[in-house]
Design a protein around this ligand. Structure first.
Ligand code: PHE
Length: 358
């Protein structure tokens, strides 16, 4: 067979090989021990001596060219196989982890996250204290005298254990003891919020024996009532997600603040709807005031140097207002259908820039 024709034929077979196995078959047929090219090289000995050098050169050249063509084809097949495999195994890592994750975030958790996000933007950090408190942190240091009505049995859950002073331990009735713990544990200035559980003996549509509050405390050298008003007004507008929420501060009384106030937000009440942020009605949402000098003294701060404000807000209550949940008791019944309805999507973390409650 003429060498040029043989070469063309083998090259065509190489090009036609669609898999590494097919290509290997071509290689064995041409270059294997009994392959056509191998046989050609072996046949050199049968040629007349004067033809051998030229023929040998031509055969070797053919052999090299075919080897190179096979190697190139093999590389191309391997690259194509890799491409196909990558395409087959492609994963879009930007897809949601699951079409619809199971479970829901409870409105209390959601609203706590929202509140933390807003105050974090204002430079507050989160502080914590224990649910089981002693009399001094929950009452005494907060300037609540022994005969104060808040201490009476119908409000406070007392435990059988007693503290070192012989006073019964209790379940904290508010988050205000975290003010005391924070000021005792660190050095001023302070700027903290303290969300958590509180306990009072009460049970109806808007009261449960356990509920949630968030405490706020700012202590610095020149903090005044204007800061309190600005901070809480800003908070309420961010929380209810509208810039025009009317607010009003009404004089009030708390033993641990002086002066004390309650903050109302403007709302509209109709027969079966309550809309915060418009209308001519008012709704109380939190208690606040300038930290009482006696409280500062109780934690060893000089009231002539340090001053500030505090506030306490019901988390469940603002959750009910914001998300239109009518009965507080349902928060703690563990009804999955309720949670399915009022709960939040697990992977949507509230932020002030990405949206609090989408
Ligand atoms: N601790 C008060 C309550 O439980 C709320 C409050 C906190 C008021 C801080 C003023 C300052 O009602």
């Amino acid at each position: 067979m003429e060498l040029g024709a043989l070469k063309a034929e083998i090259e065509a077979a190489i090009a036609a090989a669609g898999s590494p196995e097919a290509l290997e078959a071509v290689r064995v047929a041409e270059l294997g021990r009994k392959g056509r090219i191998t046989e050609l090289v072996k046949s050199l000995g049968t040629l007349p001596p004067e033809e051998r050098p030229r023929a040998g050169q031509a055969y070797n050249e053919l052999k090299r060219e075919i080897e190179a063509a096979i190697a190139a084809r093999r590389a191309a097949l391997e690259a194509a196989a890799l491409e196909a495999r990558l395409a087959r195994e492609r994963t879009d890592v930007t897809l949601p982890a699951r079409e619809r994750p199971e479970g829901r975030i409870h409105p209390v958790s959601q609203v706590t996250e929202e509140i933390v996000a807003i105050f974090a933007d204002m430079g507050f950090t989160v502080a914590e204290g224990p649910d089981v408190e002693d009399d001094w942190h929950n009452f005494e240091a907060l300037n609540i005298p022994p005969e104060h009505p808040a201490r009476q049995m119908q409000d406070t859950f007392y435990l059988e254990s007693r503290d070192a002073q012989g006073q019964p331990l209790l379940l904290r009735t508010h988050t205000s003891p975290v003010q005391i713990r924070t000021m005792r544990a660190g050095k001023p200035p302070f700027r903290i919020i303290a969300p958590g559980r509180v306990y009072r003996r009460d049970y109806d549509m808007t009261h449960t024996p356990m509920f949630h509050q968030v405490e706020g405390l700012v202590i610095d050298r020149r903090t005044h009532m204007g800061h309190l008003k600005g901070c809480l007004t800003e908070f309420v507008r961010a929380f209810f997600e509208r810039d025009d929420v009317p607010v009003r501060f009404r004089p009030s009384y708390f033993p641990f603040t002086e002066p004390s106030a309650e903050m109302d937000v403007g709302c509209r009440r109709s027969k079966d709807e309550l809309v915060v942020g418009e209308g001519s009605d008012w709704l109380e949402i939190l208690g606040c005031g300038m930290v009482h000098p006696r409280v500062l003294e109780a934690v060893g701060l000089d009231p002539d140097v340090w001053q500030g404000f505090a506030f306490g807000m019901g988390i469940d209550r603002v959750a009910m207002l914001k998300y239109g949940i009518p009965d507080l008791r349902t928060f703690f019944e563990g009804d999955l259908r309720w949670l399915e309805h009022y709960g939040f999507r697990p992977l949507e973390v509230p932020t002030t820039f990405g949206g609090l409650s989408r």
